[in-house]
Write a protein that binds this ligand. Structure first.
Ligand code: NOJ
Length: 714
């Protein structure tokens, strides 16, 4: 913290508070400080500050010659140097300088809320909040509030513009928010505005080589701390990217409309939260729920119809090019083929069958011809009514598929009719898709002229929200591909289940670069997956598919495919391979049948970005625990204490590990499935082959297990 900030008025608003509340809500307004006139005298250097509940993090807000700034310290050491705040507006006066503090207010929150589904059931929201009302000193008048929430694991802040004369409708031309880092940290990042949206391999580099980055961006500081910058509660605003300025300062760069405006809005309005997660270890970033905590509570009154689960689908065969989305001889979405998948799903106890290519519009260049898609009319060889009944009889549901190719007007025209139809047919989940490159989303403007928009600007943020709300009205869960980045809205709309927004399994089928290298899945848990669940579609068992796609393959061992079900969180997980490939390997497939998608708790045992990761999760509906451990191209031996199991209880560990000679390149199928008794005082040695992994189910042991698996007495 600079001396200048120390000199001016400041006050320790929150003493450390480590009170560990049980499941109760206690929101306390601690102190309301009205500073109306007192501070205006020293307007050149007003400051206020707020600390995290444990006192470790501190945010200092200051006005430097009337321009708002903030900084963040940890144990008194700078994490974010004094950084600009502010909004540049059109059709209303800006909030960039010439400001003074007219009021401030603080409160402390400590409550536990329950996720209807998720990676952890009960989430603690424990933070201290500081609200600062700023007024323009010159004419025309105007007020803006900056709100900070400081948690033990990071900081969120946003701007609010209250209803007031002169702000009925205005445009945000620039958001001045900066993140002035303290050094040239190592970053894991992908670029902003790259043509293929968020579907890139993450790069590892010093911050100083980045031009513009998407969020989440994760960094390691010189002294070994971890920082991740993102946003929370993106609602009717533009997505944020980060433009580098100087050596290692980022500045918010909002994705613009085609006319250059960043955000079209009206008072009262709130921006999304800008989030900075800070942790001692990379694993703590994974178990930080700061982004969810900054979202509004569930808005859906009835959530009983929202059900996590597993699905199979007519999907991988199109990516392997053994069948087509388009009609004709190789059409995948036929009645007969769908029945085959329904039978298979029913046999395995899976919940859904995704069918892509069921609807008219896939013939020809579907990426270009988005307006030809119908979301209600099926191809002649797909009996949608009969198949829905067939699925219902077998206890399975069809999963709808709406590929829009970015034709938003076409989709929005049909969305309600489509969802009406799916609801009537008993469809409970729809996968949407927005294949379109760069700034190529088609929007029809007020004059009927077609404009091309970015996938992540305000126009699309509005569209994705509209789709979630319309789906909720029809009791439909969404799985969104080519999505905007998630900012935690699943808390507010729990039917927003999962999304893509990164390179998933499909790249292994056809990417020109050969697919996802072994380290991809030990980078995305620390970057993209910090924002939300991902529909990665794990579980490919035919790893080489030499006949279908000789130039591609999956760059993992078989055991690693199983481990991904635990490592990557998704409430809807796909068993992505073809039924015949699972039928050929029933023993490892048992793990996919068993693994749940809804968890009571999640803990990280080992974490090193780009190298390895071990996660354990407790099933929400049984006493079982599951472990997933994955490595990059290096083989590793990791020791896993099983302290998380219930004490004084014997469990069977069903271990699906790499075999002694396994190696993703030369011997990917070598696998050993073993069983062993364990107790929470014990520990397991995880031997991960190069490009490999290990998956374990821990279930309470029966008497028979104990007899069979106990080492024989001499
Ligand atoms: C891209 C999606 O990610 C993929 O899952 C889907 O099969 C195709 N688009 C077609 O919609």
């Amino acid at each position: 913290m600079s001396n200048k900030l120390n000199r001016v008025w400041r006050k320790e608003m929150y003493p450390p508070n480590n009170g560990n509340k049980r499941k109760s809500v206690s929101t306390r307004i601690l102190l309301v400080a009205l500073l109306a006139f007192g501070l205006s005298k020293c307007a050149a250097g007003q400051s206020l500050q707020v600390s995290s509940p444990n006192g470790v993090l501190r945010v200092v807000f200051s006005l430097q010659d009337g321009a708002p700034h903030y900084s963040v310290t940890r144990f008194g050491h700078e994490m974010i140097k004094p950084s600009r705040l502010g909004l540049v507006l059109r059709n209303a006066p800006s909030f960039r300088d010439g400001l003074r503090i007219v009021a401030s207010e603080t409160r402390s929150v400590d409550e536990i809320w329950t996720q209807p589904w998720g990676e952890k059931k009960d989430i603690r929201d424990h933070h201290n909040e500081l609200r600062i009302v700023l007024a323009r000193t010159g004419a025309p008048a105007g007020k803006m509030t900056v709100v900070f929430r400081v948690f033990d694991d990071g900081v969120g802040f946003r701007y609010e513009v209250a209803d007031q004369p002169g702000f009925s409708e205005f445009e945000i031309m620039d958001e001045l928010t900066e993140f002035a880092l303290t050094g040239d940290h190592t970053a894991w990042w992908i670029g902003g505005y790259w043509w293929n949206r968020y579907e890139y391999l993450y790069r590892q580099s010093p911050v100083s080589v980045i031009d513009t980055a998407s969020t989440t961006i994760t960094m390691q500081t010189g002294d070994g701390l971890y920082i991740s910058i993102h946003e929370a509660a993106l609602t009717d605003y533009a997505s944020m990217t980060l433009a580098r300025k100087g050596e290692h300062t980022f500045e918010a760069d909002l994705v613009p409309w085609s006319d250059g405006v960043k955000v079209k809005t009206a008072a009262p309005m709130k921006t999304p939260w800008r989030t900075i997660q800070i942790a001692d270890t990379p694993g703590e970033l994974i178990t930080s729920y700061l982004v969810l905590n900054l979202n509004e509570p569930n808005k859906l009154s009835d959530v009983t119809w929202i059900k996590p689960g597993k699905y199979v689908g007519i999907w991988w065969e199109m990516h392997l090019q053994t069948s087509t989305w388009a009609s004709g001889d190789k059409h995948g979405a036929t009645t007969a083929n769908t029945k085959r998948y329904i039978d298979f799903a029913a046999k395995c106890g899976f919940d859904g069958v995704l069918v892509e290519g069921w609807n008219i519009g896939w013939d020809g260049d579907w990426v270009e011809n988005s307006e030809l898609f119908s979301f209600t009319k099926a191809y002649d060889d797909f009996d949608i009514e009969g198949l829905s009944k067939y699925a219902a009889k077998k206890g399975v549901r069809l999963i709808g598929h709406n590929e829009t190719s970015g034709g938003i007007a076409n989709y929005e025209r049909q969305m309600k009719d489509g969802f009406d139809l799916y609801q009537r047919l008993g469809v409970r989940a729809v996968k949407t898709g927005y294949v379109s490159h760069g700034q190529n989303i088609k929007r029809i403007d007020e004059n009927g002229v077609e404009q091309r928009e970015w996938q992540h600007g305000q126009y699309m943020v509005r569209h994705y929200r509209k789709a979630v709300e319309e789906a909720a009205r029809h009791q439909i869960m969404l799985d969104v591909h080519e999505s905007i980045h998630d900012t935690g809205i699943r808390r507010t709309y729990p039917n927003m289940m999962t999304r893509e927004g990164a390179r998933g399994q499909e790249y292994n089928a056809w990417a020109n670069d050969g697919g996802n290298p072994p380290d991809h899945t030990v980078v995305i848990p620390f970057t993209r997956l910090l924002a939300s669940p991902m529909d990665f579609t794990p579980g490919i068992f035919d790893l080489l598919f030499e006949e279908a796609r000789p130039d591609n393959r999956v760059q993992t061992t078989l055991a690693k495919q199983l481990a991904l079900y635990v490592v990557i969180y998704s409430p809807l997980h796909m068993a992505a391979d073809l039924p015949e490939n699972y039928e050929a390997r029933p023993e490892p497939f048992q793990f996919i049948i068993d693994v749940p998608t809804d968890w009571q708790d999640t803990q990280v045992l080992h974490a090193s970005i780009g190298n390895y990761l071990t996660i354990v999760r407790k099933d929400r509906n049984s006493q079982d625990w599951y472990l997933g451990s994955v490595t990059d191209e290096a083989g590793r031996v990791l020791q896993a204490p099983v302290y998380f199991l219930q004490p004084n209880m014997k469990y069977v560990a069903e271990i699906y590990g790499d075999g002694a000679n396994a190696d993703w390149q030369g011997n990917p199928y070598d696998m050993e499935i073993t069983r062993q008794l364990v107790e929470n005082t014990g520990s397991l040695t995880l031997r991960l082959a190069p490009g490999g992994g290990q998956a374990i189910r821990f279930r309470p042991a029966t008497d028979e297990d104990i007899q069979k698996l106990s080492p024989a007495a001499d």
